[in-house]
Write a protein that binds this ligand. Structure first.
Ligand code: HPA
Length: 275
């Protein structure tokens, strides 16, 4: 008989548990070109390819390593590189690592991504704290059998990006003098970038940033009762009236300037987390 996702997750969890000593309560998912792994002290690195059932990232700017260590004295687990729906993985596979993190003890999840700025006031190279999202991917990772041990059939999404944690992030950014927008993220499947008409539609829907990730992971994290912080690096202006040709290289180049902000923010945010 084919193994259930439940059983597959348990296998990954057992493998990782045997390789680490401390239980991480905080999980971090690094977006395209956003590598904060050098912040982690005493790291234990585990290649995705060594973890049973773990999906491998094929996207540019994504490594394939799980890193466990400490930041600001707290044990964190960093996913250095994520997988996307556009890579051909199912929604269940895309969100598999989130299930593994939760089963390993992670209660607070911080996700980063590279995104286009729909809001005409947004400047490239700055960060946006995600206040909420629009799932425009046309599917949902929770479709199919529900495992009650993980969460309810119809999970609540009214506080998908935890309000109290957002307040803490905004306080930290203000204190460090780091510019931080706050807005709504809309996810398309990609891999093609959006047309001007699609961007205009997204603006009409009141979205402030657009990307190809994060939403599936946030749905699954909420399903499992985790609290979520989402941070987008605005890598390009996705403003339909003055849309310029965009490449993945451009996105990665600008993301590296956001990385500096993240490197300053993360230790302070982690210090403030109620864990
Ligand atoms: N659209 C979709 N995904 C993206 C973009 C964008 O403009 N920029 C970075 N990721």
């Amino acid at each position: 008989m084919e193994k259930t996702q439940f059983a597959l997750v348990k296998e990954s969890v057992e493998y990782v548990k045997n390789r680490i000593e401390l239980e991480p309560k905080i999980g971090i998912v690094g977006g395209s070109g956003l590598d904060i792994s050098s912040l982690v002290n005493n790291p234990t690195k585990i290649a995705y390819k060594d973890i049973p059932n773990f999906p491998l990232s094929t996207a540019p700017g994504h490594k394939g390593e799980l890193i466990v260590g400490s930041v600001s004295g707290k044990t964190v687990m960093v996913m250095n590189g994520r997988v996307h729906y556009y890579e051909g993985y199912s929604m269940k596979t895309v969100t598999f690592p989130i299930r593994v993190m939760k089963e390993l003890g992670v209660d607070i999840l911080i996700l980063t991504n590279a995104a286009g700025g729909l809001n005409p006031n947004y400047e490239r190279g700055r960060l946006m704290l995600i206040s909420d999202h629009i799932n425009f991917m046309g599917t949902n990772p929770l479709i199919g059998e529900n495992f009650e041990e993980w969460g309810p059939r119809f999970p609540d999404m009214s506080n998908a990006y935890d309000k109290e944690l957002r307040r803490k992030v905004k306080d930290v950014a203000r204190r460090l003098d780091i510019p931080l927008y706050e807005g709504v993220y809309i996810a398309f499947t990609g891999p093609s970038f959006e047309t001007a008409a699609e961007l205009k539609m997204s603006q009409t829907m009141k979205a402030d940033a657009v990307g190809m990730s994060t939403v599936p992971e946030v749905i699954v994290a909420n399903h499992m009762g985790m609290k979520v912080i989402g941070l987008s690096c605005i890598t390009d202006r996705a403003v339909p009236e003055d849309l310029k040709p965009l490449t993945a290289e451009e996105v990665l180049k600008v993301a590296s300037s956001c990385e500096e902000y993240l490197m300053k923010l993360f230790p302070e945010i982690i210090k403030e987390l109620p864990i």
